[in-house]
Design a protein around this ligand. Structure first.
Ligand SMILES: [Fe+2]
Length: 256
């Protein structure tokens, strides 16, 4: 079912791929670009103690860099750039004091709504790198302004990274839309746990197909709590890890 990118070509010792005789870890990704580690500002980590435990877990799994991305969603998490940067500074200091050996970065996961549409022109957006901006939207129905927002981002030089495309139920019967997003300049980010069925059979099926068609660009943990870290860790010992290690995700380029 999976072909093309999953050849041995391009793999190296130390890639974290058990198929190469390595102890399985996520060093083949190097960087994570989607997580909720800043305590108390969204539905992610509730405390600094939990955040540090989660970061230790990321380090143990072989990550070198973590870019954390709190929700920005007007109705539930109206986080401003200032509030996110303030929380991030506290997280960085605490991680340094705890001797956690990870490079830390910060961006945001923007929910596509009217509030976000207005923010595009302010120059305030926190990006994963350059002008790559992580976005999400309703799982159940297409936001009326979706195409317009993608167009507006593109005309301002932004490249949207669509978080967990496999999880949007309203797209499950409409596979052509994913290629259409790519044609409109979007990047697609797989949630690691989707391949294990963590979010249900529909998301798993879409993830399998998007992987098979080579449509993903990035792979993220979307870790909200310690249970997610444990589940991501379990994935290292599952049948999926060799397949994921052979896929040309762009994560590693975030470490440069
Ligand atoms: Fe998220």
């Amino acid at each position: 079912m999976f072909s093309g990118w999953f050849s041995k070509k391009g793999r190296e010792k130390g890639s974290g791929n058990p198929e190469d005789g390595d102890v399985p870890d996520f060093s083949f990704l190097g960087a994570d670009l989607h997580s909720h580690f800043i305590p108390g500002i969204d539905d992610g980590s509730p405390s600094m103690e939990v955040s540090l435990n989660m970061l230790r877990g990321m380090e143990q799994m072989g990550y070198r860099k973590v870019i954390t991305t709190p929700h920005v969603m007007i109705d539930f998490y109206p986080n401003t750039r200032e509030k996110i940067l303030e929380g991030f500074e506290a997280l960085k200091l605490a991680a340094r004091d705890a001797q956690i050996n990870l490079e830390l970065g910060v961006a945001a996961e923007y929910f596509i709504d009217e509030y976000f549409t207005d923010k595009i022109d302010t120059g305030e957006l926190l990006t994963v790198r350059d002008k790559e901006v992580l976005v999400e939207f309703s799982m159940f129905s297409e936001p009326p302004m979706l195409k317009e927002v993608i167009f507006k981002l593109a005309t301002r030089g932004y490249k949207p990274i669509i978080a967990h495309p496999e999880r949007y139920n309203f797209l499950h019967g409409d596979f052509e839309r994913f290629a259409d997003f790519k044609d409109r300049g979007c990047l697609l980010q797989l949630n690691l746990l989707s391949v294990s069925g963590y979010y249900g059979g529909g998301a798993k099926k879409m993830a399998d197909r998007l992987l098979a068609e080579g449509l993903y660009d990035y792979c993220g943990t979307d870790a909200h709590h310690e249970k997610h870290i444990g589940s991501v860790k379990n994935l290292l010992h599952s049948k999926y890890i060799g397949m994921l290690a052979g896929y040309p995700f762009l994560n590693k380029t975030l470490c440069l």
